[in-house]
Ligand binder design. Structure first.
Ligand code: PHE
Ligand code: CO
Length: 296
């Protein structure tokens, strides 16, 4: 068995009670992965590969292939890094787990994506309360091959450093943006709605739920709306926001957020499942939208 991840403490955050790990960058202990570790990777990889055909963003599928990620072995960060550096200048660094916010932002701003080195146990295939190697690597890394999305992630890191200096409310606004795009985003493609958020891509249940279930709202991307919308950490999302393109995401987030944070300060937030007047609500098959009539 591998060395256990080094947990430092637990900390109460807006995401609940989470473990905080050492911030040190660690070498991926690739030779120490057990057969069970590789099997967990293979099982999850195969399951999502099948499920995500016709569900994941074309760009994600293409990038995953281009990187040469396969089911048979846990990929080596060094191998992926050669591809990533050449494509977009990003690199993966190994970490023990979730990082304090400022450390995380600083890595992103410098095009370093922290990847948890350890993988979940076989009895945790369907749910894990914190990111592991499968979520970080399979969910987040392929889209870093896309130049526009790669720029968005670095800009988010710089924005995080800034929001952190402004204060906790700004940080909450910005974190919601990350949650509803990088983790749980949907994109409208010619064939219909598709997944690009890593929190969905690494989850079997949510990959189906987000597109097929009648329960959640699927609402057109609206930056300030997202910044004011709470989210669920303990269940599937009640609302997904849909972008038209990665360019749209990049352009919408280009302006300086400082005046936006100031305007939103002290305003009440929307419940995770709210539908508001003015929301563009989508259904799956056609990706066609219509204006909603208000709260339902
Ligand atoms: N433009 C944002 C700011 O001024 C930074 C940002 C870019 C945030 C992209 C998120 C995504 O803070
Ligand atoms: Co994640």
């Amino acid at each position: 068995m591998n060395a256990a991840p080094e947990r430092v403490e637990h900390q109460m955050t807006d995401k609940g009670y989470v473990p905080i790990y050492t911030t040190a960058v660690v070498e991926q202990p690739w030779a120490d992965y057990t057969e069970t570790d590789h099997q967990v990777w293979a099982t999850l990889f195969e399951r999502q590969r099948e499920l995500l055909v016709g569900r994941a963003s074309e760009e994600f599928m293409r990038s995953k292939r281009a990187m040469g990620m396969t089911a048979d072995r846990i990929p080596k960060f060094d191998d992926l890094n050669r591809m990533l550096r050449a494509a977009t200048g990003w690199e993966l660094i190994g970490v023990q787990g979730l990082l304090p916010e400022l450390d995380f932002f600083d890595h992103l701003a410098n095009r370093r994506f922290p990847v948890t080195w350890w993988i979940r146990k076989p009895e945790q295939l369907d749910y894990l309360a914190e990111p592991d190697l499968f979520h970080d690597l399979f969910g987040h890394v392929p889209l870093l091959m896309n130049p526009v999305f790669a720029d968005y992630m670095a800009a988010y890191g710089r924005g995080g450093v800034k929001a952190h200096a402004i204060g906790p409310e700004a940080l909450v606004n910005l974190t919601r943006l990350y949650w509803y795009t990088v983790e749980f985003g949907l994109i409208r493609e010619p064939e219909g709605l598709r997944i690009y958020g890593a929190g969905i891509l690494s989850s079997k249940g949510e990959s189906i739920h987000c597109l097929e279930s009648a329960a959640p709202n699927r609402i057109g991307f609206d930056m300030e709306r997202i910044m004011q919308t709470r989210y669920r950490i303990d269940s599937y999302q009640k609302t997904y926001f849909v972008i038209d393109s990665y360019e749209q995401l990049m352009e919408a987030t280009r302006p300086d957020f400082t005046p936006i944070y100031a305007r939103l300060a002290g305003q009440p937030s929307h419940p995770a499942g709210a539908v508001l007047s003015g929301d563009a609500v989508f259904n799956r098959g056609t990706g066609e939208g219509w204006a909603s009539e208000g709260d339902v």
